[in-house]
Design a protein around this ligand. Structure first.
Ligand code: AMP
Ligand code: ZN
Length: 454
């Protein structure tokens, strides 16, 4: 870290306090974020952790150097929801997960997110999962019963430290899964048997598949080691998912911690209501980008991203058309202000200080108005907001709004008029096109190209 770099502070769910961030190894800062289960389009709520932790990834790269940060975001490609959906659609599991993942990658790219250093798939880490279970059994923290392997919750004295839930609540939560093979009410599944028709892998406990929680313990171990720096996800994952990840990893390796800093983003609502298919306010990233289903128009990724970052990541966020319009107004203003400047990501001090204070993006955005064009461009890059990409989107959309066929037919008529030296007619057509917002460029080779001016 250079001497003038601000001190990074992060709110740690483990301690319920903001703490100074001290990586285990500043030459390799390691972060894991729970990624999507690829059975359907990702919704705009799913976009929140993706964007928030992308900002943190960018900040860590800025502070420690781009080659000194490893960011792992997994792809869950084995899950009962996946099996059910593939059967419903009459396609193979592989077809479903490949197709969904491809769309997911396009969506998050449009949101301006960098690719994580590694995007491991659960199905490629079955050997690590089996090895983890064997370690837990050997250490007396797991048991096999009836084709299943379960984690023995009472064997871990510190179980519940992250979520701090009262015991009776945790038991009530776990009772959803009452099963005869469970020794204790809270014990959770590490491995379960698969039917012929279900995906399965051979294991010492028979053909089966992993429990969801185990996947993240295996993938983080493989790519980040037994203990790493930051683990992130949405607030809904604190219990049981993250509590169980911690139990598995700590009990397999015998360390005091799985990750030192646990970070959780708040939940997103749409127009003041919990997003749900039944309420009809369920909105995917893909339809925001490519359809007119939300607010009657398409939204560029830069607007979606900025709208997300105007609220602090730990606060709940209300995702509304009005908020998108406000974000767009800011982008338009910045676009005009920046003009033709193209700056290297010079980080403005105020912006960096705000981001280093537990990712205070609203404060960082508020300090942008004091910057000159070059500093503004640099600061926006730190947020992952690319003004050029935004401009290109605007140009593309405006061009589409103009009837391209009509434009080319007018251009041909104008070329014919010019060939006949009918300058008055040629100028009249040029004016007609200008009134449509179309600007012409006569090329040396005799052709005419056009673009839309706003
Ligand atoms: P899921 O596909 O439900 O496992 O969610 C993937 C990620 O999106 C997890 O980190 C969740 O916590 C997060 N997430 C899901 N729904 C929302 C929401 N409405 N608001 C914010 N984050 C969410
Ligand atoms: Zn996870």
């Amino acid at each position: 870290m250079s001497s003038e770099a601000p001190v990074l502070k992060l709110y740690n769910t483990l301690s319920r306090a903001k703490e100074e961030f001290r990586p285990l190894d500043p030459a390799n800062v390691r972060m894991y974020v729970c990624g999507p289960t690829v059975y359907d389009y990702a919704h705009i709520g799913n976009a929140r952790p993706i964007i928030v932790f992308d900002v943190l990834f960018r900040l860590l790269r800025h502070l420690y150097g781009a080659d000194h940060v490893t960011y792992v975001r997994n792809i869950t490609d084995v899950d009962d929801k996946i099996n059910a959906r593939a059967a419903e659609r009459g396609i193979t599991i592989r077809e479903l997960t490949e197709g969904t993942n491809k769309i997911f990658q396009e969506d998050v790219k449009a949101l301006g997110c960098l690719e994580p250093s590694v995007q491991p798939r659960a199905t490629e880490h079955i050997a690590e999962m089996i090895a983890l279970i064997e370690k837990m059994i050997a250490a007396g923290h797991a048991y096999a019963a009836d084709g299943h392997v379960l984690f023995d919750v009472p064997s871990m004295a510190e179980y519940g430290r992250l979520s701090r839930r009262p015991l009776d609540e945790m038991i009530a939560g776990a009772r959803v899964d009452v099963a005869p093979y469970k020794r204790g009410d809270m014990d959770f599944v590490l491995w379960k048997p698969s039917k012929e028709s279900e995906p399965g892998w051979d294991s010492p406990w028979g053909r089966g598949r992993p429990g969801w929680h185990l996947e993240c313990s295996a993938m983080s171990w493989k790519h980040l080691g037994e203990v790493f720096d930051i683990h992130g996800g949405g607030i809904d994952l604190v219990f049981p998912h993250h509590e169980n990840e911690i139990a598995q990893t700590r009990c397999a390796f015998g360390h005091e911690a799985m990750a030192n800093y646990w970070m959780h983003n708040g939940f997103l609502q749409v127009e003041g209501e919990k997003m749900s298919k039944s309420l009809g306010n369920f909105v995917t990233i893909n339809e925001l980008l490519h359809t007119e289903n939300f607010g009657g128009r398409k939204w560029p990724g830069e607007v979606l991203r900025l709208a997300m970052l105007r609220t602090h990541y730990r606060q709940p966020i209300d995702f509304t058309v009005k908020a998108l319009e406000e974000a767009e107004a800011s982008l338009r203003k910045w676009s005009a202000q920046i003009g033709a400047v193209s700056a290297a990501p010079a980080a403005a001090g105020e912006v960096l200080n705000a981001l280093a204070d537990d990712l205070n993006t609203p404060l960082a955005l508020a300090s942008l108005h004091e910057l000159d064009a070059a500093a503004l461009d640099g600061a926006l890059k730190l947020f992952g907001i690319d003004i050029c990409a935004y401009r290109q989107w605007v140009e593309g959309e405006t061009k589409q709004a103009v009837d391209a066929e009509q434009v080319s037919s007018l251009i041909s008529s104008r070329l014919a008029a010019r060939a006949a030296k009918n300058w008055a007619e040629s100028d009249r057509i040029r004016d007609e096109l200008a009134a449509m917002g179309v600007a012409l460029k006569d090329n040396k080779d005799g052709t005419t190209t056009w673009e839309v001016k706003r």
